[in-house]
Design a protein around this ligand. Structure first.
Ligand SMILES: Cc1cc2nc3c(=O)[nH]c(=O)nc-3n(C[C@H](O)[C@H](O)[C@H](O)COP(=O)(O)OP(=O)(O)OC[C@H]3O[C@@H](n4cnc5c(N)ncnc54)[C@H](O)[C@@H]3O)c2cc1C
Length: 250
């Protein structure tokens, strides 16, 4: 059942030219329990007392229960993103939630299958929450992140991803830059669309445990059209439809 959360904005940071990080402190109730990968529903107050609702995946892991973080792309004249970007520290904001079934499936939590997270833009939010939550619990399973953004300036938390990789031999990541012409970190940045990562999955990271695309658990999040095209691409390569889970943002 959904709960209503009264929160206060405690941190706001411009990550890239059009993506903000927001941290909300839970006031009433004072903690939030959610599953990694779930979203909250923002209440956007409108003139006349009406409320519009917008969905945002939680970027932070469930271990942080007193606060939760969101990463939000600013959309020109967008109701939800403009409201969020206009908030000042200390402002009260109301959410409903948590909700959503884009989470590691119960049987998928420890099934020996490689877990591949494919994110476009702010689709990184549920992927980060799931990776931070589950990686250390499953040192015997491989976790791979393929993240697509336009340019290097659109990458955030690179140092965190790199540290996570250095500390966990079972985690690897590549950021795909669709509109760049060169990369500064060849180990973890590649030119091209994130689909290229699917082609190079085996060459970059070795054969999946089991050997084929059907042996992967894949979690895809971000822009609706891109998520669907990636899903279709994976299915054509032999991925198991029951093991390809999607979260379509718009
Ligand atoms: C389950 C779920 C989780 C989500 N999680 C996140 C998240 O973590 N971070 C995040 O930033 N968003 C997320 N979204 C998308 C979010 O809910 C809003 O759709 C998004 O913020 C745009 O809403 P808005 O009110 O600002 O724009 P709207 O008022 O809905 O749209 C204004 C105009 O912009 C266009 N538009 C809308 N979105 C885009 C876009 N992305 N790019 C270009 N044009 C656009 C619309 O067609 C419209 O013309 C999620 C959506 C879902 C369904």
């Amino acid at each position: 059942m959904l709960q209503t959360f009264h929160t206060r904005l405690t941190h706001k940071e411009k990550f890239t030219p059009d993506v903000y990080l927001f941290k909300f402190l839970c006031i009433n109730p004072d903690i939030i329990r959610f599953e990694a990968g779930q979203y909250v529903i923002l209440q956007v107050p409108q003139p006349g007392g009406e409320v519009k609702k917008k969905l945002y995946s939680i970027f932070s892991p469930p271990t942080e229960m007193k606060t939760f973080d969101l990463v939000v792309k600013l959309v020109q004249n967008g109701i939800g993103s403009t409201y969020l970007s206009s908030l000042q520290l200390g402002d009260e904001v109301i959410f409903d939630g948590p909700a959503g079934i884009f989470t590691l499936k119960e049987e998928g939590k420890h099934n020996g299958r490689d877990k591949v997270f494919i994110a476009t833009g702010t689709g990184i939010a549920p992927a980060r929450s799931m990776i931070l939550e589950h990686l250390k619990k499953h040192p015997d399973e491989r976790f791979i992140l393929l993240w697509g953004v336009p340019k290097e300036e659109d990458v955030y938390f690179y140092d965190e991803w790199k540290k996570l990789h250095d500390e966990n031999p079972n985690f690897n990541f590549i950021v795909f830059l669709s509109r760049a012409v060169a990369v500064s970190k060849p180990d973890h940045f590649m030119l091209g669309r994130v689909n290229k990562g699917i082609d190079e999955l085996h060459t970059k990271f070795g054969k999946p445990t089991g050997g084929t695309y059907a042996d992967l658990d894949v979690y895809i999040a971000g822009d609706r059209d891109i998520v669907e095209s990636i899903r279709q691409y994976l299915l054509a390569l032999g991925a198991d439809p029951l093991h390809v889970v999607t979260e379509k943002f718009v």
